[in-house]
Ligand binder design. Structure first.
Ligand SMILES: *Cc1c(COP(=O)(O)O)cnc(C)c1O
Length: 354
């Protein structure tokens, strides 16, 4: 029986990627070794790094003004590294969810944080587009997709202030002008690869402008000066990222994925809106195409609904522990077939209990 994996992260990856990365654990190309056994200084790994970097740049259409880093510590460490490297005295943040809020809490340890919009009092169900970025801040930070509540930024501001964006849960899911960002970070376990690696895409010109003394691992510039291999990186996760990026390119790139993702999300939102038993609480324009959240209108049906989807081998549908309800994470690798199957179960449930 097929498992339909709606996990929020770590989450579903393309089947071919899993198979090839599993195979390379046994035997990596012609090395005679496992990918877990190759040196991070070997020509094998140097090639993986180069190839992965080129794929990121090609798929996102980025030029050599950008450096691509593969770091550890998750997106969570980026909450610290960003202000450490970029903030002299002031920054500006959008508070659009729990992750955004965690990011700005770290920034407050380094100086003054202007919160340009907070969705907190509306339970983060919408994202304002009416905010003004002050001229004197060092950077503006936003979260492109709010994984927990299920909102997504559809518009980014036009500004000469460097834009920093946490794209952990929607990187490589849609076509954007990535050149508008000065720094993008994303932990790998949502849409790219295994946990334990974070992609950081940084425009070199924004670095070297703060006066503080930065610990080596936390200094983007030191990573760049050490050919992006300052210490032993997560070789396996970087290799698996390369496979996912090849899969993306082979599919036809981000515009194709964007169309597929929009279609999957629209089908599911349509069902939630039509179905008598469910509701989505997000303002329509801000609904995420990656994490679709929904709630039962009658809470006493919870046990019955859970029993139904669990029996059908749907996994990962529970909402975030802070929020309850349900969340279908429908990342790049999740098939249209799985979305249709979930919709079918929701319809069956409605027939039975409405
Ligand atoms: C998952 C997630 C994080 C946290 O990532 P870690 O790798 O666990 O540190 C941060 N931001 C967003 C938007 C996320 O979805």
């Amino acid at each position: 029986m097929k498992i339909h994996n709606f996990n929020a992260g770590p989450s579903i990856l393309p089947k071919q990627v899993i198979e090839r990365s599993a195979q390379s654990v046994i035997s990596f190309n012609k090395s005679g070794l496992s990918v877990l056994e190759i040196s991070h200084r070997s020509k094998y790994f140097t090639e993986i790094m180069e190839q992965t970097t080129e794929l990121v740049k090609r798929i996102m259409n980025l030029n050599d003004d950008y450096s691509i880093l593969f770091l550890q510590g998750g997106a969570t460490l980026q909450f610290t590294m960003v202000p450490y490297n970029l903030m002299n005295q002031k920054s500006a943040y959008l508070d659009t969810g729990i992750w955004a809020n965690n990011a700005l809490k770290e920034a407050k340890k380094f100086g003054e944080v202007n919160i340009l919009f907070s969705g907190k009092k509306n339970d983060y169900t919408y994202i304002s587009e009416n905010y003004k970025i002050p001229n004197e801040v060092d950077y503006f930070h936003c979260t492109s997709n709010n994984t927990i509540v299920g909102t997504q930024m559809k518009k980014f501001p036009k500004t000469s202030i460097p834009i920093v964006c946490d794209m952990s849960s929607d990187i490589f899911s849609r076509k954007l002008n990535f050149g508008q960002f000065s720094l993008i970070y994303a932990s790998a376990q949502k849409n790219i690869s295994s946990a334990g690696m974070t992609i950081v895409i940084v425009k070199k010109e924004i670095l070297g402008k703060v006066k503080r003394n930065i610990p080596s691992y936390l200094d983007y510039m030191i990573h760049i000066k050490n050919d992006r291999i300052l210490n032993t990186p997560n070789v396996f996760s970087i290799y698996t990222s390369m496979l996912t990026l090849e899969w993306i390119e082979k599919k036809g790139g981000l515009s194709i994925l964007e169309k597929e993702n929009e279609y999957k999300a629209q089908l599911l939102y349509d069902e939630i809106d039509k179905n008598n038993l469910f509701e989505n609480k997000i303002h329509k324009k801000d609904r995420s195409n990656m994490n679709v959240t929904f709630f039962l209108k009658k809470k006493n049906l919870e046990k019955e609904f859970n029993k139904m989807w669990e029996k059908e081998k749907i996994v990962g549908l529970n909402g975030h522990r802070t929020l309850g309800g349900y969340r279908a994470s429908i990342y790049n690798a999740l098939s249209l077939e799985s979305v249709r199957f979930l919709i079918h179960i929701m319809k069956e449930f409605e027939k039975k209990f409405s």
